[in-house]
Design a binder for this molecule. Structure first.
Ligand code: 5GP
Length: 176
């Protein structure tokens, strides 16, 4: 499968992905029965995971989406990350953050800190994919779909230069 200029091969097929999402939803259904969780999807990559997970969740719940924007601080040399798009009041809520992939963990670390400052009752994290070898932050990841090796993946919401998000399966970059 070619995405832009690179060759990819299937790594996790649709059936496997959907089975694992059903298991995660089952856990959430048991653990959040009367908690009215507020799911927070992190755009763009989590949109398919968020959609399929929500379809398998059967407890009363809500969903909102945020996006992380990187910008260069005026005086700092490094990239500063900012959370955009939150309209809901998260104070006192049970939050479940939804991410497509946790790699270094820097993004999720920032997102968790952002929400911790806003007084939710609890925060849990659900990520479809985790690259454990690359993780730099000590994060508590409550629901992990699949632990994967340190290779670039695309599909099921994940992109390569903007392409491939629509693929039903998850593909891994083919070695040259
Ligand atoms: P982190 O901050 O954990 O290093 O990176 C998280 C973000 O990097 C993800 O939300 C995703 O956008 C991107 N990313 C990390 N690894 C991959 C990968 O293998 N494929 C794609 N498409 N994006 C990735």
């Amino acid at each position: 499968m070619k995405v832009r200029d690179k060759e990819f091969e299937v790594y996790l097929d649709e059936t496997k992905i959907q089975q694992r999402i059903a298991e995660i939803a089952q856990d959430i259904n048991e653990e959040y029965a009367s908690k009215n969780p507020l799911f927070i999807g992190i755009l763009n990559g989590s949109f398919m995971f968020a959609s399929d997970l929500m379809k398998a969740v059967n407890v009363p719940s809500e969903i909102a989406f945020i996006r992380m924007a990187s910008y260069k601080g005026m005086e700092s040399t490094g990239n500063v990350k900012q959370v955009l798009g939150l309209q809901e009041n998260v104070f006192g809520r049970h939050l479940i953050l939804l991410e497509d992939i946790v790699d270094s963990g820097l993004t999720m670390d920032e997102v968790i800190k952002f929400f911790q400052e806003r007084g939710p009752k609890s925060i849990r994290v659900a990520t479809l994919l985790l690259k454990p070898e690359k993780l730099e932050k000590d994060l508590k990841l409550d629901y992990v779909g699949f632990e994967i090796p340190e290779k670039f993946v695309v599909g099921y919401g994940l992109d390569y230069n903007g392409h491939g998000r629509n693929l039903k399966d998850i593909y891994q970059l083919k070695e040259a």
